[in-house]
Design a protein around this ligand. Structure first.
Ligand code: FES
Length: 648
């Protein structure tokens, strides 16, 4: 790696995108990529510990030391960790496939609608349009423009003495006159604790020339840690027009919420993360508008659900205290916010409804999901679960609800796993093993050549290896077995899922004992959370009448395999239901119905949060669950019956 001489500025060219950044000499390569707007996986946010930011230096010089995340062979071939490499000269750098996000996934539209189990709600969008024709003023009737409009709203629409945004008054004289006194008035209702005819008072947020009632749209948005999903809703027909999904651009700054909080504490960090999540939302909106030939001016309302950290960063609220005991968010109930004030590209009058959250780690996405699942509408004892880095669980029914979050770690999203990756093209998502030959059969997303393994693939793989006695209940390999796929590697023993020549990354893709251990710890946290929360209300997991699995991960989960490893309780399988992206579904319901808008607030208020992080029962339950499926074999009778090689 020889290069041009040192100067205070260096040009770094990133391949395969062929994008350049000019940076100060000594800048980190990861920050150069961010400056160029190029994504390099950086799960740990540049702390040097995850090893996901591997790049190849084609020409030029960087300063970096060998680390345990790179083999000697890789180092000799010019591979470096972008986060701990300093730019010394002009560079040309290739980002290998395993360090990139898959653009095909970034642009893939979601075709599958999310499920809704809530019933009985009345269709009455909080955002409404009213067309009125006013008599022009005369010398005999020269009341103010505002009074004239209010008088007509009362006479024609039975809307009496509504509050009004000042900006509407400012533009009223022009709009009334240019439209020949024929206008459409838009109103918006906000969530109420208790809705009565007296409290059901919308406010006027816009006035437009002419009759615009036939173009009446809202947007529902789910701001996830990994992706941002949106739906454009036709409020005249009560229908989803289309949906879209993009990666949350914050992913370049760290994979999980804790890393993101850490980034916000750097100078300018909060502003940067706020900017990029807004850019992700704007990308979703642009795509929805372009694909459906809808004009931006016809969007009148936004509803947004996300976890507490995502919501706070979107709002520009410092999430610092979420991470520090006793873990406090800035606010659980957020008043209506003007979308434009956040940088969202819609008309000036458009407001965003942000879902209420319950605590620092049980956010608006869970409230939205519970609402969509209709948990608050039924007597049935329900266990609602969103599996992820931060797993959230809710137990309850229409009378009561308790909730908790369990810090499962990033394994379910591929983090901390040697060849882990998020669920996108090329990820191994299913696995089975021939118990005689120990040869695998794998299935990848999009049937692409494998390049890693995602959360569902990891669960299925560990369950199959356990059932085939390739690993024991402690997650350790049976080294007596004769197979070229079972071998000693750098992280102790490992199993080869795919040979190098079968992959996109020209390396053997393996699952290691360290990976299995990380998965066991993640599933133990989720199960211990469920067990501890159940015990806190004097029930057991077998009392659940239904189990609702939410989140993108949930829909690809194999329930049988998840029970085999002890992630889900061993109860009759027909009690389990997937609800998909329930957070997005709840956001949609709130755009469609004032009733659901009010219920979103009530659901958040009725949830009692139980803090597990300092709970001694949780710690005991967690330790007991560090086994496959569990140290208490009686809790998993159907699994134990199927295991041929019970071990210790
Ligand atoms: S090791 Fe470089 S971002 Fe994690």
């Amino acid at each position: 790696m020889t290069g041009s001489s040192k100067s205070s500025k260096c040009t770094v060219r990133f391949l395969p995108d062929n994008v350049e950044a000019i940076v100060e000499n000594g800048s980190s390569l990861l920050s150069a990529a961010l400056a160029a707007g190029v994504h390099i996986n950086a799960s740990c946010g540049g702390m040097g510990v995850c090893g996901t930011c591997k790049v190849k230096i084609n020409s030029g010089t960087v300063e970096s030391k060998p680390t345990e995340k790179l083999t000697k062979d890789e180092f000799d071939k010019g591979f470096r960790q972008a986060c701990n490499s300093s730019v010394l000269t002009d560079l040309e750098v290739t980002i290998p496939v395993e360090s990139r996000l898959d653009k095909a996934v970034q642009t893939r539209e979601r075709t599958k609608s999310s499920g809704v189990a809530a019933t009985g709600w009345k269709y009455s969008p909080p955002f409404a349009k009213h067309y009125i024709e006013l008599p022009p003023p005369t010398l005999d009737d020269n009341v103010s423009d505002l009074f004239r409009m209010m008088r007509e709203l009362k006479a024609s629409c039975e809307l009496i003495d509504l509050p009004i945004d000042f900006e509407v008054i400012q533009k009223l004289p022009e709009v009334l006159r240019e439209s020949n006194w024929k206008v459409t008035v838009s109103t918006l209702v906000s969530a109420a604790r208790l809705r009565t005819p007296e409290t059901a008072c919308p406010k006027i947020i816009n006035v437009e020339p002419g009759d615009t009632r036939n173009t009446h749209y809202a947007l529902a948005i789910d701001v996830g840690t990994t992706t941002v999903c949106g739906q454009i809703l036709d409020l005249n027909r009560g229908k989803i027009v289309s949906d879209s999904i993009v990666f949350n651009k914050q992913i370049s700054y760290g994979a999980d919420v804790i890393t993101r909080i850490a980034y916000t504490q750097k100078p300018g960090g909060l502003i940067k993360l706020q900017e990029v999540v807004v850019a992700s939302i704007n990308e979703v909106i642009d795509r929805l508008l372009t694909n459906n030939k809808i004009l931006r001016k016809d969007i009148g309302h936004l509803t947004v659900a996300g976890n507490t950290i995502m919501q706070q960063i979107l709002l520009g609220l410092d999430p610092k205290y979420i991470r520090l005991a006793p873990y406090t968010p800035v606010a659980n109930f957020i008043p209506l916010v003007k979308a434009k004030s956040l940088g969202i590209k819609v008309e000036d009058h458009v407001y965003v409804y942000i879902f209420p959250s319950v605590s620092s780690y049980v956010g608006g996405d869970i409230v939205s999901g519970v609402l969509a699942a209709g948990v608050n509408q039924r007597k049935k004892l329900t266990f609602f679960m969103d599996i992820g880095t931060n797993g959230e669980i809710v137990i309850g029914n229409s009378d009561w609800m308790v909730t908790a979050s369990c810090s499962a770690g990033p394994a379910f999203e591929g983090g901390g796993i040697k060849f882990g990756m998020v669920a996108m093209s090329g990820a191994i998502q299913d696995f089975s093993i021939n118990k005689e030959t120990l040869e695998p059969s794998i299935k990848t997303i999009d049937d692409a050549k494998p390049k890693g393994i995602c959360g569902s693939g990891l669960i299925n793989t560990v369950a199959e290896l356990l059932e085939a006695c390739v690993i024991g209940q402690n997650g350790k390999f049976n080294t007596q077995l004769k197979s070229p796929r079972i071998r000693e590697g750098t992280d102790n023993y490992e199993y080869v899922l795919a040979w190098a020549n079968e992959t996109q990354i020209d390396q053997d893709i393996v699952i290691t004992e360290v990976d299995i251990d990380n998965l066991i710890r993640a599933k133990a946290a989720m199960y211990a959370g469920c067990h501890t929360l159940s015990r806190s209300v004097n029930i057991t997991c077998s009392d659940f009448e239904q189990v609702i699995l939410a989140g993108n991960f949930g829909s690809s989960l194999n329930i049988e395999k998840a029970i085999t490893i002890g992630l889900l309780p061993d109860i009759p399988r027909d009690r389990f239901t997937f609800i998909g992206n329930a957070s997005l579904s709840g956001a949609r319901l709130v755009a469609f119905s004032e009733d659901m808008l009010d219920d979103s607030r009530k659901v958040a208020q009725m949830m009692t949060n139980i803090e597990l992080s300092e709970n001694p029962d949780f710690n005991n339950n967690y330790i007991a669950a560090l086994f496959l499926p569990h140290t208490d074999q009686n809790s998993f009778p159907t699994v134990i019956n199927n295991l041929n090689c019970i071990s210790g």
